[in-house]
Design a protein around this ligand. Structure first.
Ligand SMILES: [Zn+2]
Ligand SMILES: [Zn+2]
Length: 273
C-alpha cells in the first residue's frame, strides 16, 4: 500500500509562509492498494491531487473510489476544482453517509449551486456514482475498507483500509469522550500499521475553549495509538492557527509518549509492503 498526503490542514486553507513546511491545503489523502486508487476526503488538497493524476494518466481513463468522512467545507471544497471530474473518460464512486435531510449526491453537488459557483454540475462529464454507506466492511479485489462512525457535529466516518496484512486507518474529525466514538476509533485502529488521526488542538486549547467543536488532541492520539498497538501515528488536521514551529513542538511532546509519531505534511509519502 502507498499513502500520500495532499492536504493536512483542518477547517480552512492556510497558505501563509509560516505554515508551508507542513502545508496549507485542507484534508485529502491518497491510498493506492492493489489495482485501486482510493481517496479520503476532498479538501483543497484534492485539487492538487487532480492535477498530478491528470499528468500521470494522460489520455488513459482514471477510476477511483472517493470516501468522504463528512461534508464540512474542509473535506469537500476541492471537488469543483478537481480536473479529472470534467473528463468523460473518467469514473468515480463517491462513498459517504446520508445526512438527516440530505443525500450524498445532493450534499456534494449543492456546493456548486447558483450563486456559489460559476458553472453547475452539468459540465462535469466524468461518470459519477454515489454510494451511501453506514458502518460496514466492503471489499474491492482483496482491499477491505471498514467504516465506523466517529463523534463529530453532524456526523463523521472513520475508515480502516486493509490489504495484504497491512492496515491504514484514516480517522479525523473525532472528539473524544463519546463512548461509541471512543470504541469505534479503537476498533478501527487495532494493530494498525498507520493511524492518521485528528490532532487539531493542543490539550490546553481543548480544555480552555474547544470542547464540543468535534476535534481531538495529540494526547488522545498517542493514547489511542498505545492502547491499540498502532505501529505509527500520523498527527493530522492541523489547526489553521498552528504554524510550522507550533506543529514541531506538538510532535516533540507527542514523541515523549509515543516515539513513532510524525505530523502529516503535504507530500509525505509512506509505502507499506
Ligand atoms: Zn475537518
Ligand atoms: Zn468537520
Amino acid at each position: 500500500m502507498l499513502v500520500r498526503f495532499w492536504g493536512v490542514r483542518g477547517s480552512t486553507p492556510t497558505p501563509q509562509r509560516e505554515n508551508l513546511r507542513y502545508g496549507g491545503n485542507t484534508s485529502c489523502v491518497e491510498v493506492r492498494a492493489g489495482n485501486h486508487l482510493f481517496i479520503f476526503d476532498c479538501g483543497t488538497g484534492f485539487r492538487v491531487l487532480g492535477n498530478a493524476l491528470r499528468k500521470e494518466f494522460g489520455h488513459r481513463p482514471l477510476q477511483a473510489h472517493v470516501f468522504l468522512s463528512h461534508y464540512h467545507w474542509d473535506h469537500i471544497q476541492g471537488i469543483p476544482f478537481f480536473v479529472p471530474l470534467y473528463d468523460a473518460r473518467n469514473s468515480f464512486v463517491f462513498h459517504s453517509f446520508r445526512s438527516v435531510d440530505t443525500g450524498l449526491q445532493q450534499a456534494l453537488e449543492d456546493q456548486m449551486l447558483n450563486p456559489y459557483f460559476p458553472v453547475d454540475m452539468t459540465v462535469m462529464h466524468a461518470r459519477r456514482h454515489f454510494h451511501e454507506i453506514g458502518e460496514e466492511r466492503a471489499t474491492y479485489d482483496g482491499v477491505h475498507v471498514t467504516t465506523r462512525r466517529l463523534n463529530h457535529p453532524q456526523g463523521c466516518l472513520g475508515f480502516r483500509i486493509e490489504h495484504r496484512g497491512k492496515v491504514v486507518v484514516y480517522a479525523t474529525d473525532n472528539e473524544p469522550g463519546d463512548p461509541a466514538g471512543d470504541r469505534n476509533v479503537r476498533d478501527l485502529a487495532a494493530d494498525a500499521d498507520l493511524l492518521i488521526y485528528d490532532a487539531q488542538y493542543t490539550p490546553e486549547e481543548y480544555v480552555a475553549e474547544k470542547r464540543s467543536w468535534g476535534h481531538s488532541t495529540w494526547l488522545e492520539g498517542v493514547t489511542i495509538a498505545r492502547e491499540t498497538r498502532t505501529k505509527r501515528l500520523i498527527l493530522f488536521h492541523h489547526d489553521p492557527d498552528h504554524n510550522d514551529r507550533m506543529i514541531d513542538s506538538i510532535v516533540r511532546k507527542a514523541k515523549r509518549h509515543f516515539s513513532r509519531t510524525v505530523a502529516a505534511r503535504e507530500g509525505l509519502t509512506i509505502r507499506l509492503d
